[in-house]
Design a protein around this ligand. Structure first.
Ligand SMILES: C[S@@+](CC[C@H](N)C(=O)[O-])C[C@H]1O[C@@H](n2cnc3c(N)ncnc32)[C@H](O)[C@@H]1O
Length: 257
């Protein structure tokens, strides 16, 4: 049984470049067994073999292993800290900021960033790189169409300015879209940016093993310029941040020393 799963992990890595060994095993295995059983495969070997000749099955697998839940202004109070404290600090040092939203899912996070940044500088000067491992959700992010539910935390004035309602949901305005560039990127395998002023990476580190997380903290630290800030999710505090050349600025915000 364990061999079957390990074999599967190796094959997936070879085929997609995604290393499932770096994700917490119990959680990931549970999700994948549920999916495999839903499709009536007895073991991972037959499931993988089927996947190699069936794109729908492979895409379904990729969608399941990346957990895409997101919303605008997720944990609103943290975004208020970003708006009121962190961005003004960063803008004291520089007029334009290099901003990276890593593991951005369907785009709510980078669009939230754009809405906040445009309060501090002209929207034409806002430029955000938004990346995720999952190509399909990046397509959705580019379209920028959302249900009422994911907009519930957006301040009214921003909702009115940057969204257009139709019968089933809301479109993000082109003006806001122009501030964001989406690109596929695997945090566990691809090269990182350099000289970032602000990196937002939230609600993905929780899925990774401790070892993978440590490696990522080093890489994020290297990707920031001195004085740059890493913003993490509300359950993702970094213990011993100084080991990575980071210091706590506000809770969930770490500044590169
Ligand atoms: C729960 S969502 C978080 C979205 C957003 N950051 C937020 O906080 O609302 C997790 C995202 O991590 C992405 N992800 C998972 N593994 C990844 C990896 N190795 N590299 C980049 N993104 C990854 C998933 O595709 C998914 O979109």
């Amino acid at each position: 049984m364990a061999d079957d799963y390990n074999w599967f992990i190796e094959q997936v890595k070879e085929r997609t470049g995604i290393d499932l060994n770096l994700y917490k095993e119990t959680q990931m295995k549970r999700r994948l067994i549920a999916l495999r059983e839903k499709r009536n495969y007895q073991d991972f070997r037959s499931y993988f073999t089927a996947m190699t000749s069936d794109d729908t099955l492979q895409n379904e697998f990729l969608e399941r292993m990346t957990i895409n839940v997101s919303e605008f202004f997720r944990n609103r109070k943290r975004w208020d800290v970003l708006d009121e404290t962190i961005i003004p600090q960063l803008l004291k040092e520089k007029k334009r900021l290099k901003v990276w939203s890593a593991a951005c899912s369907t785009g709510e996070e980078p669009y939230t960033l754009a809405m906040i940044l445009q309060k501090h500088l002209p929207l034409k000067d806002v430029s955000i790189l938004a990346t995720d491992i999952d190509r399909a959700i990046l397509q959705q992010a580019k379209v920028g169409y959302y249900t009422e539910r994911s907009l519930k935390e957006i301040p009214v004035e921003l909702k009115e300015r940057f969204f257009t309602k139709d019968r089933a949901g809301y479109y993000v305005s082109n003006e806001l879209k122009q501030a964001v560039t989406f690109k596929q990127h695997n945090l566990l395998a691809d090269r990182f940016e350099r000289d970032c002023d602000l990196i937002v990476c939230r609600n993905v580190l929780i899925y990774f093993t401790e070892e993978a997380k440590r490696e990522l903290y080093h890489k994020f630290s290297e990707a920031l310029r001195p004085g740059g800030v890493l913003f993490v999710g509300s359950t993702e505090q970094i213990f011993e941040a100084s080991k990575y050349g980071l210091e706590t600025n506000e809770t969930f915000f770490y500044r590169k020393v």
